[in-house]
Design a protein around this ligand. Structure first.
Ligand code: EPZ
Length: 416
């Protein structure tokens, strides 16, 4: 089946790998480009299926986009209004299409966005997004699975986020930048991708202060001027390749990283006994025999990232002892457990907690990728497992990892 990744495990991965642009920055920056007049060029955009899908949605509402070269993207919104409604068919498959809510309200005071269907890691509600845009003056109706938002007289306001939601913070910023007056987001998300969004918008003339802290202040401006901007590297992709070195017992130099973005991942990997050293070319990671067990609690940034939880679970499945993993961000993000158990892992889940009893060796099996990061965990487990692993529905993995099969093969992995 074309959608199946087959990996022959058991040999160490060695060499160097260059990290691509961050998926979760690229998606929001491409959407934010509709807030500017003129042609935006974004550099370091990863060629991943989530991005291709988002571009189809933007083309569908009237935004012209064109790849300039491998990773530079030209985005050209029309002078007039965009079509307000994204088609459900297109939008249901990409959660990030919900970011059009804030951008469309900021651009033309109206947005119709499909309520995202549930996905494999949780119900993905939008109550905080809606609370935010309502505070800035939008009337919101939920009908037939769509969010209808209309802001006749938008005005800056103060919004408190009950949870530091990344998407809600991004939607409120994108509406506020072109809403008259001052807006303040309290308990805002502090992820590096939020900082990248703020830097991008400020480079176009927006006035955002405090991104990266839990209080973000935005002075609305009339218009934004399009320009050129390079996206930050993907800290989750970097972390995934770092674990590939640890779990396969190899040595990998992960290039093109921003070290501060990786601190929680570096700290926990070092606690497992893995050698991790920062140098002027990137982060060098060397496996050091069977890893020691460690406990993990996922938290909003700068806590340990939930997007690395499944990958850590794969690594800790081979540890010399038992580890406790608590998933505090999503209510249902242990999809990788059942598949890892088919490979011989010993894991017990109680609610938000998984107890991982390390085993000596995993063994190859037929498994299924249920979501992007659970799929990445299966790739990591397959690299270390005895024998051959067939990962079905591998399309999930290509959503967020540019050229993963090329990058892994260049490190010595045996896959097809
Ligand atoms: C972003 O999703 C990322 N996606 C996710 O990455 C990441 O896991 C997540 O942030 C947390 O870091 C993109 O940036 C495209 P949230 P987002 O709103 O914005 C609850 C990946 O693998 N919540 O911070 O949807 C929600 O249910 C993906 O690359 C509400 O209750 O995440 C969840 O439990 C997966 N109400 C928690 O907050 C709301 O209105 C965190 O969600 C919004 C969210």
């Amino acid at each position: 089946m074309k959608n199946t990744l087959i990996i022959e495990g058991g040999n160490p991965l060695n060499g160097q790998v260059r990290v691509s642009g961050a998926k979760n920055a690229a998606l929001v920056l491409v959407v934010a480009s509709i807030l500017a007049d003129g042609e935006t060029i974004l550099d370091n955009v990863p060629r991943i299926s989530d991005m291709e899908y988002l571009l189809r949605i933007l083309n569908d509402i009237g935004v012209k986009t064109r790849w300039q070269d491998d990773n530079s993207l030209l985005i050209c919104p029309p002078d007039g209004d965009l079509k307000t409604r994204t088609s459900y068919e297109l939008a249901k498959r990409l959660r990030a299409s919900n970011l059009l809510l804030g951008a469309m309200l900021g651009r033309q005071g109206e947005a119709v966005v499909s309520l995202p269907g549930g996905c494999d890691i949780g119900s993905r509600p939008m109550d905080l997004h809606i609370k935010g845009v309502q505070a800035l003056g939008a009337d919101v109706k939920l009908e037939h699975g769509y969010i209808y938002a209309y802001a006749k007289n938008p005005g800056g306001n103060r919004v408190y986020l009950d949870f530091p939601s990344v998407g809600a913070t991004e939607n409120i910023i994108m509406m506020a930048v072109r809403t008259p007056g001052q807006s303040v987001i309290e308990n805002a998300a502090k992820e590096p991708e939020i900082v990248d969004l703020a830097n991008f918008l400020n480079s176009m003339g927006a006035r955002i202060r405090g991104a990266g802290t839990d209080i973000i202040k935005i002075e609305g401006v009339e218009e934004l001027q399009a320009g050129r901007y390079a996206i930050i590297p993907d800290r989750i992709e970097a972390g995934t390749y770092m674990i590939a070195a640890a779990i396969s017992g190899g040595e990998i130099l992960v290039e093109n990283v921003i070290p501060t973005h990786l601190h929680p991942i570096v700290a926990k990997l070092q606690e497992t006994g893995t050698i991790v050293e920062e140098n002027d070319r990137g982060i060098m990671v060397r496996g050091n025999g069977r890893v020691k067990p460690v406990d993990i609690k996922t938290l909003p940034y700068p806590g340990f990232p939930t997007d690395m939880q499944s990958q850590m679970m794969a690594l800790l499945s081979t540890a010399q002892g038992s580890s406790v993993i608590v998933e505090n961000v999503f209510e249902n993000r242990f999809q990788s457990v059942d598949e890892l158990k088919r490979m011989g892992a010993s894991i017990k889940v109680e609610g938000h907690t998984a107890v991982v009893e390390g085993v000596n060796r995993l063994h190859g099996a037929k498994v299924r990728a249920t979501d992007l990061r659970a799929g990445a965990a299966l790739v990591l487990a397959a690299l270390a497992a005895d024998g051959c692993t067939e990962i079905e529905e591998a399309g999930h993995i290509f959503r967020g990892y540019e050229n993963i099969e090329v990058k892994l093969t260049s490190l010595g992995a045996k896959l097809r």
